[in-house]
Design a protein around this ligand. Structure first.
Ligand code: NAP
Length: 258
């Protein structure tokens, strides 16, 4: 196998908040594998932190603000990528949000607004990105999104985020179908729990980590470097015939019935 499987590839990464972000682990692995990357961040609050991180890839690394619910901001990001890179090969969607109160109580109490926001940020955003990325992927490409098992099984407190992840996973399949003829592959990585900013918003998250450690076949939690390695595989030619899939990277937890 080529030691730099993504050599010459150009990628765009959404979802780095800090060094614990899954997006950061995958971006590092993509860069290590030879890809050149552009990044986005959401809001001024994160700018300095993300600037420092992406600066490690060189001072000219593209870094742009983008709230994924804002079409104009998405347009600006993809225009800049087009102007600077000329094309795009890889897209990482590692973005999700639901109002905190929706991740604490019961699912039945979900408000219309919490449902709308969770789906807009966590699922529709992939469609919005794919619309803009596909025209730049004239030579084909790979889109990778992050999901979680709460989409198919009930995980207490995951609530509306689980429903949004189900929508995201279905979107991955429909996008894979639409874009397949253009040699664009769309897949999702379903990660076991990782201690990140977003995860800490889920009530009972530390119990989830312990539960996985006790019950997963590998008797441990996933490491972000392992998500990075899967991200490289899905982006590489090794996965050339894989599209529309949800790949579990969870130390085997998903196979357990009890
Ligand atoms: P994270 O570091 O907090 O990343 C989540 C990112 O989404 C942050 O950069 C966040 O920015 C961004 N985001 C939220 N709303 C946004 C918006 N409107 N526009 C643009 N960006 C927005 O947490 P993470 O755990 O790495 O999450 C990355 C992905 O992995 C998510 O899809 C998550 O559901 C998924 N995942 C996580 C786990 C886990 O256990 N951690 C497991 C499976 C799947 P702000 O901080 O500004 O909101």
């Amino acid at each position: 196998m080529n030691s730099k499987p993504l050599s010459g590839k150009l990628g765009l990464v959404f979802g780095v908040a800090n060094k614990r972000s899954i997006a950061w682990a995958i971006a590092q692995a993509w860069a290590e594998a030879g890809a050149r990357l552009a990044f986005t961040y959401q809001g001024e609050r994160l700018k300095e932190n993300v600037e420092e991180l992406v600066g490690t890839f060189g001072p000219d690394t593209i870094l742009l603000p983008c709230d994924v619910t804002q079409d104009a901001q998405l347009d600006a990001v993809f225009q800049k990528v087009k102007d600077s890179f000329g094309r795009l090969d890889l897209l990482l969607h590692s973005v999700a949000f639901a109002p905190k109160e929706a991740l604490e109580g019961t699912f039945v109490g979900t408000t219309r607004e919490a449902f709308r926001v969770a789906h807009d940020v966590s699922a529709y955003s992939l469609v919005a990105m794919a619309q803009r990325a596909a025209p730049l992927m004239a030579q084909g490409g790979s889109m990778v999104s992050m999901t979680y098992y709460g989409s198919v099984k009930v995980v207490p407190h995951y609530n509306v985020m689980g429903v949004a992840k189900a929508s995201l996973e279905a979107s991955v399949r429909y996008l894979a179908y639409d874009l397949g003829q253009q040699k664009i592959r769309v897949n999702a990585i379903s990660a076991g729990p990782v201690n990140t900013l977003a995860a800490r918003g889920i009530s009972g998250f530390s119990a989830m980590l312990k539960h996985y450690e006790a019950h997963a076949p590998l008797k441990r939690n996933v490491e972000t470097s392992e998500l990075g390695a899967t991200g490289v595989f899905l982006a590489s030619d090794g996965a050339a015939a894989i599209t529309g899939q949800v790949m579990y990277v969870d130390c085997g937890y998903e196979i357990m019935g009890m």
